[in-house]
Design a protein around this ligand. Structure first.
Ligand code: FAD
Length: 372
């Protein structure tokens, strides 16, 4: 088994797979994944949506910059479309006018609609609890599995080596980096920390100051809509202030209480009480009784203290690159973030297609964070 490379990427989620695939165009790359399959953690548990008007300004820019890739992937990248129409709708309750005004100020593309139009779009919403809504029809569903598998296929086509069941347990530095895992010792002059919720654990193993990343648990469940109700065209619908959301998925509805509970990195699961609270809130909004929850899950959305991703070489350790802290936006920003990260690692200019977006690399760099 190949154990040395120009670059080793730690973490086989969407971040690691995408950057590894870009790097493999010019370098020998090994991708080490702790689990027995890639995408097992946050990447496999997302709501799978591309929402250009969501998150802090840096995220909105990166999401929009990723739109070109999603809408027109490179020739031969993927056999199916990566995006499909969905739309998003924020519903506003009677005491939430102020919140609506601030959401609209942050995203002028959001279009105000009356309570009647909200109910036209999602007929089971109780009209008397809302005053209206904000709509953005540009939001789309992402085929996350197709995206991840296509990145991994491109990575392998370019000569990259994916090694699963390879949790990095120790890291040392002497004439390059040495990474210890069950499969042996791997070495490279450059390592990329794309370990998601575990990115600060990786930094500590390498003797580097952590970035202060906090994994936040978010839970979700699947419920069946009432018989005869076609939900397939409903938009992703969420409460102003992100109090809950739901969206159609394979004939069912994903319902999430939009919880954000700080936790240690772990294999997350949904607590019954959190799901019950989410269902209760959902039922207050909807003319629909939930009689059966068919599946529950949770995943970790990992945030830096300022809510922006951490992308760049660590100033204190030669050849240690961060690609972490994507929060609740790691899928929708992955095309832009991975190509920017690969350009920085390979000392190439940021790809020309991203230049019109004015992406601020200092706002992403690890040096902005305390301890770096
Ligand atoms: C409920 C929910 C809904 C979401 N909805 C959306 C959405 O609609 N759109 C969107 O863009 N984003 C969404 N997100 C966020 C998105 O899922 C994440 O930002 C993204 O998946 C992060 O990708 P990642 O590769 O950094 O992390 P992960 O997918 O967690 O990958 C990190 C990998 O590193 C591996 N690893 C950790 N430690 C080690 C080690 N020591 N050695 C080797 N490997 C290691 C892990 O096993 C893991 O596979 C959602 C998240 C959740 C939880």
């Amino acid at each position: 088994m190949q154990k040395t490379a120009d670059i080793i990427v730690i973490g086989g989620g969407i971040a690691g797979a995408s950057v590894a695939s870009e790097l493999a165009r010019e370098h020998s790359v090994i991708l080490l994944e702790a689990e027995d399959q890639p995408g097992y953690h946050s990447t496999g548990r997302s709501a799978a949506i591309w929402v250009p008007e969501y998150g802090p300004p840096v995220i909105r820019t990166l999401t929009k910059a990723s739109g070109g890739f999603f809408h027109a992937p490179p020739e031969g990248f993927c056999e199916t479309p990566l995006l499909s129409p969905r739309g998003e709708m924020m519903v506003v309750l009677h005491d939430q006018e102020e919140l609506m005004a601030s959401e609209q100020a942050a995203a002028p593309n959001l279009r105000y609609v009356s309570a009647t139009e909200v109910v036209d779009r999602v007929p089971l919403i109780k009209k008397d609890v809302i005053i209206g809504g904000l709509i953005d029809d540009s939001a789309e569903d992402i085929d996350v599995d197709a995206l991840l598998q296509s990145q991994l296929k491109a990575f392998k086509r370019r000569g990259g080596k994916l090694i699963c069941d390879a949790r990095v347990e120790a890291i040392s530095h002497s004439d390059g980096w040495q990474l210890e895992c069950k499969a042996g010792t791997f070495s490279a002059p450059v390592i990329v920390n794309a370990a998601g919720a575990w990115a600060d654990v990786i930094a500590k193993l390498a003797g580097i100051a952590p970035a202060g990343l906090v994994p936040m648990r978010r839970s979700a469940c699947l419920v069946s809509p009432p018989e005869g109700v076609d939900t397939s065209n409903w938009p992703l619908t969420f409460g102003a202030g992100e109090t809950f959301y739901f969206k159609p998925s394979g004939g069912q509805l994903i319902v999430s209480p939009a919880d954000e509970t700080p936790v240690e990195p772990h294999d997350a699961w949904a607590e019954d009480i959190t799901i019950a609270e989410g269902i209760e809130y959902f039922q207050q909004m909807m003319d629909m009784e939930v009689t059966r929850v068919t599946h529950t899950w949770a995943g970790l959305r990992t945030f830096a203290p300022d809510g922006c991703p951490v992308v760049g070489f660590d100033a204190g350790a030669e050849g240690f690159f961060w690609l972490a802290g994507q929060g609740g936006y790691g899928i929708q920003t992955s095309p832009a973030l991975s190509q920017i990260a690969a350009a920085l690692i390979m000392d190439n200019p940021v790809p020309r297609e991203f230049q019109p977006f004015g992406i601020d690399l200092d706002a992403l760099g690890p040096a902005r964070l305390a301890g770096q």
